[in-house]
Write a protein that binds this ligand. Structure first.
Ligand code: AMP
Ligand code: ZN
Length: 113
C-alpha cells in the first residue's frame, strides 16, 4: 500500500534498524517504547488487522510468531515477554497495517492494560 508507513519500513523504503528480517516479516524497535524492550513484528504483506487476515496470511503470521522462539536471546527476552496486537478503536490501533507488539526486558504489569 502506497501511503502505509509500515509497508515502507517492512520493504526498506524508509530505513530502520531491523533486529530481524526474512521473506515474511521484519522486527524493529518501537519508536515510543512502553517497556525496556519493545519491538514490533511487522509482516511484509499489507493487511489491516487480525479480522481482515486471510487464512494464508494467518499461516504466515503463525510462522513469524514461531520464529520468535529462535530470537529470544538476541532480542533480550530470555526471561519472558508479552505479545499484543491492537485492533480498531477500542484496541487503540494507530497504524492500519497489522503488527504485533513484543514487550519484555523487565517484569511487566500483571494487568494487560
Ligand atoms: P498501535 O498503536 O498498536 O497501532 O501501534 C503502533 C505502534 O507503532 C506504536 O507503538 C508507535 O510507537 C509505533 N510506531 C509508529 N511509527 C513508527 C516508526 N516509524 N518506527 C517505529 N515504531 C513506530
Ligand atoms: Zn502496510
Amino acid at each position: 500500500m502506497n501511503d502505509c508507513i509500515f509497508c515502507k519500513i517492512a520493504n526498506g523504503i524508509i530505513p530502520s534498524k531491523k533486529f530481524y528480517e526474512d521473506e515474511n516479516m521484519v522486527i524493529i524497535a518501537d519508536i515510543n517504547p512502553q517497556a525496556t524492550k519493545h519491538y514490533l513484528l511487522i509482516p511484509k504483506e499489507h493487511y489491516a488487522n487480525i479480522i481482515e487476515m486471510t487464512d494464508e496470511q494467518a499461516i504466515v503470521l503463525g510462522k513469524c510468531l514461531k520464529k520468535l522462539s529462535t530470537l529470544v536471546d538476541e532480542l533480550g527476552l530470555q526471561d519472558g515477554f508479552r505479545i499484543v496486537s491492537n485492533k480498531g478503536e477500542n484496541g487503540c490501533q494507530s497504524v492500519g497495517h497489522l503488527h504485533v507488539h513484543i514487550l519484555g526486558g523487565e517484569k511487566l504489569s500483571d494487568r494487560m492494560a
